[in-house]
Ligand binder design. Structure first.
Ligand SMILES: [Zn+2]
Length: 352
């Protein structure tokens, strides 16, 4: 990844971004700084299993702060951003300050604002829990083939039927715009409990990595030297008819590359085989596109603005082309297509 030369990133940059974020909450959403908490979301935190804090202590802290107050500055996104910053180009991590926080706004899923070295990533409130729950529903409604094809292969039948799964997706979609939460369905031990937390993590990471893609492209504009891989991404995206879609498609390709670099660390974090983690990481963006499209359709129905993202078919086909050019086998891309059909049925039937 090419990056311009910067002055060294200072701690005061991050303080300034944090200050700006509070300003956004105050001015745009009429929220006072004391309504903001840096507590992790308890539903998600135990799945990561790190952070050096006792879970009881976290639960107590959340309970004391949550009494009627909105939890907006979600520490979970900061943890996820931290993991991504470990694998970005070292020059980017050292010189660009990125601050991430939640806002109660249904007009976008995630957006980036800022310039030069300082950027603020704003994520729609509740999006992490929405993706977490969708991951459970996707995994529980799928037929799993685990192990090598042939004698060692284990086939696990779906834990819930498609109609119940689609109803659950619908209920979550309807609630997200209201800022209210719906607890995930309970699943007995099986693929959902074992794999869904990681699929959720992979989808959430992709959302943030996509936003980092916007920051990197803002930097490209200031000094247009590119690597061959970057030039190829730009050429591939140039096929899209709407200029705004091209930047989004480049963000998707950039994000997929970045998330792939996280695979070894993620396999260790979640104690899952690297091959399985890679499979989720490859599929996660395509699943995100489908759910984002459903969310955007829900926002449009409530009279909110149209998206800058390309339609899901364009987004997925550009990304899969990029993934195939960089090592995805025909068998793997077939699996992505199979997963897309499955999720399209879940997200699509929610609107019937
Ligand atoms: Zn974007």
């Amino acid at each position: 990844m090419w990056l311009p030369r910067f002055r060294r990133f200072r701690t005061s940059d991050m303080e300034d971004l944090s200050h700006r974020y509070l300003g956004v909450l105050r001015k745009r959403y009429r929220l006072s700084p004391d309504a903001v908490s840096n507590a992790p979301m308890v539903e998600l935190w135990p799945e990561i299993g790190e952070g050096g804090r006792d879970l009881d202590e976290i639960l107590e802290e959340v309970a004391s702060k949550a009494s009627g107050q909105p939890l907006l500055l979600n520490h979970y996104w900061n943890v996820l951003l931290g993991h991504l910053m470990e694998v970005v180009d070292p020059a980017f991590a050292a010189n660009v300050a990125v601050f991430i926080g939640e806002v109660p706004d249904g007009r976008f899923n995630a957006m980036t604002t800022g310039s030069g070295r300082r950027h603020l990533v704003l994520v729609q409130r509740g999006l992490e829990l929405f993706l977490y729950r969708m991951a459970f529903i996707v995994v529980a409604s799928m037929r799993w083939r685990l192990g090598e094809p042939g004698e060692g292969e284990v086939v696990v039948e779906p834990q819930i039927d498609m109609a119940s799964a689609a109803a659950e997706v619908h209920a979550n979609l309807a609630l997200l715009g209201t800022g209210r939460h719906r607890m995930p369905p309970e699943f007995p031990p099986g693929p959902a409990r074992r794999f869904a937390p990681f699929l959720a993590y992979a989808m959430q990471q992709f959302v943030i990595a996509h936003e980092l893609g916007h920051i990197v492209q803002a930097l490209w504009r200031r000094q247009p030297a590119k690597t061959e891989r970057e030039s190829t991404m730009i050429a591939r995206a140039a096929r899209l008819p709407v200029p705004a879609w091209r930047e989004e498609a480049i963000c998707d390709m950039f994000a997929a590359d970045l998330c792939e670099r996280l695979v070894p660390a993620s396999a260790a974090r979640f104690e899952l085989p690297e091959a399985l983690v890679r499979r989720f990481v490859v599929e996660a963006p395509h699943i995100v596109f489908l759910f984002m499209q459903a969310l955007e359709a829900a926002a449009l129905l409530r009279g909110r603005g149209a998206s800058t993202h390309p339609p899901v078919t364009e987004r997925s086909s550009i990304l899969i082309e990029h993934q195939c050019a960089h090592g995805l086998s025909p068998e793997e891309s077939g699996r992505v297509a199979e997963r897309c059909l499955h999720v399209a049925e879940l997200a699509g039937s929610a609107w019937r």
